[in-house]
Design a binder for this molecule. Structure first.
Ligand code: HEC
Ligand code: HEC
Length: 371
């Protein structure tokens, strides 16, 4: 039935060698089944949209790499510019071995290994192409061309599993992405636990941290962590937590030194995150301890060895709350879930009376009592 030679097809089909070979008439109905191997990436028919690959309506007679709105690989575009037009011969060659024909094509498909599969899928595609190049006697109403009875009456298409897609180290149906490399995971996995787990090896002293802080941090946080302008304050604020406006800093508020190390290493200097070496971060953390009077010696050295022995002043005010020992819940009162407040709902105060809403336009002085 097939008129082009089996395995020789790829070798022989030079684009220019082909004049008018008489192509086998494939079976469009059988081809629809073959197309299942393509349909993860391609749509064809009414309203077909680009998926991973371009939509395949009117492929026959189309210059390679020219379906509107689809982002082709450069080699595919180059092939089209070099004169590649899709017809039986060129499509057969491409579908048999995409990467063999167009080196660098992003069609990650191993190829159809059977000549009749190629012929059939081309017959099927042809039913969605108009014009001379597609003057095939194939079904006229392609979308409805494959009722179940018809499929039954045609020779069965190979039931072998689809040829493996060349998905290069990726798993999953669409062949997207790849497994992360251990190095990549290590680069992302930088969190540090309060007990010091996750700390990198390294060390740095207060005295070493001082000039780094002056160079890289003081412009925003002030020479002594007092905060330049409205940038965050990093030191001081002790004994302010019970005030109406507490000053929450590393020294006054933060429970764990691991958060300081992690934050600086991950996010600072602002705008140039992850630019510090581990030793720099140890030195800066030591310096921040010094600014907050947690350590007092300039030659104090912080390292992964002594890190977890440092305690921040406010740690003990952070308590584990399992809810059940929290006073309100400890009584074991069943929470009220409906009609908890007897009587109709009424407004008891207005924001303006509470002095959180400015009196009039342009009047900013009275606004903003909420922190
Ligand atoms: C894993 C996804 C995938 C599968 C499976 C796949 N293709 Fe493709 N196909 C693509 C991508 C991506 C392109 C674009 C190639 C490029 O730009 O280099 C493409 C390009 C094409 C082109 C060129 C279209 C044009 O306008 O230039 C044709 C024709 C084609 N595929 C047909 C098929 C057929 C038929 C099958 C099934 C036998 C198939 N493809 C299977 C992803 C796929
Ligand atoms: C360009 C300005 C800028 C520079 C430079 C900068 N920071 Fe920051 N820093 C910020 C801003 C803004 C925040 C608050 C970010 C947020 O809350 O999202 C911050 C937050 C912090 C915090 C957390 C403060 C808190 O209480 O929440 C620490 C610690 C810190 N910076 C340390 C440093 C260190 C150490 C350096 C130098 C290596 C540095 N920063 C350089 C702007 C800066």
């Amino acid at each position: 039935m097939l008129k082009f030679p089996k395995s020789a097809a790829v070798a022989v089909l030079g684009l220019t060698l082909l004049s008018t070979p008489s192509w086998a008439e494939g079976d469009a109905v059988a081809g629809e089944k073959v197309f299942k191997k393509c349909s993860a990436c391609h749509a064809v028919g009414d309203g077909a949209k680009h998926k991973v690959g371009p939509e395949l309506n009117n492929t026959f007679g189309r210059i390679a790499g020219t379906a509107e709105g689809y982002k082709y690989s450069n080699p595919m575009i180059a092939a089209g510019e070099g004169g590649l037009v899709w017809d039986d011969a060129t499509l057969a060659e491409y579908l048999a071995n995409p990467k063999g024909m167009i080196k660098g094509t992003k069609m990650a498909f191993a190829g159809l290994k059977k000549d009749d599969e190629i012929a059939n899928v081309l017959a099927y595609l042809k039913t969605f192409s108009q014009g001379e190049a597609a003057s095939a006697p194939a079904a006229e109403e392609p979308a409805d061309a494959a009722p179940v009875e018809a499929a039954d009456s045609t020779p069965a298409v190979s039931t072998e599993p689809a040829p493996a897609m060349v998905v290069e180290a990726s798993k999953g149906a669409f062949g997207l992405g790849r497994v992360a490399m251990p190095e990549e995971i290590a680069a992302w996995d930088i969190d540090i636990r309060p007990d010091g787990m996750g700390l990198p090896e390294g060390k740095g002293t207060v005295a070493e941290g001082d000039p780094i802080f002056a160079e890289k941090c003081a412009v925003c946080h002030g020479d002594f962590g007092e905060g330049a302008g409205r940038w965050p304050v990093l030191a001081g604020g002790q004994d302010t937590l019970t005030r109406e406006r507490p000053e929450k800093t590393i020294g006054s508020y933060w429970p764990y030194l691991s958060t300081v190390f992690d934050y600086v290493r991950r996010a600072m200097p602002f705008g140039d995150a992850r630019s510090l070496s581990d030793d720099d971060v140890y030195a800066l953390t030591a310096y921040l301890l010094y600014l907050n009077d947690v350590v007092t010696e300039e030659d104090f050295e912080l390292s992964n060895e002594n890190f977890s022995s440092i305690r921040l002043p406010n740690e003990e005010n952070f308590i584990a709350d399992d809810r059940l020992s929290e006073p309100h819940y400890a009584k074991g009162v069943e929470p009220c879930m409906s009609e908890c407040k007897p009587g109709p709902v009424e407004i008891t105060a207005r924001a303006q009376i509470l002095d959180v809403t400015p009196d009039g336009e342009g009047d900013e002085s009275t606004g903003g009592g909420i922190d």
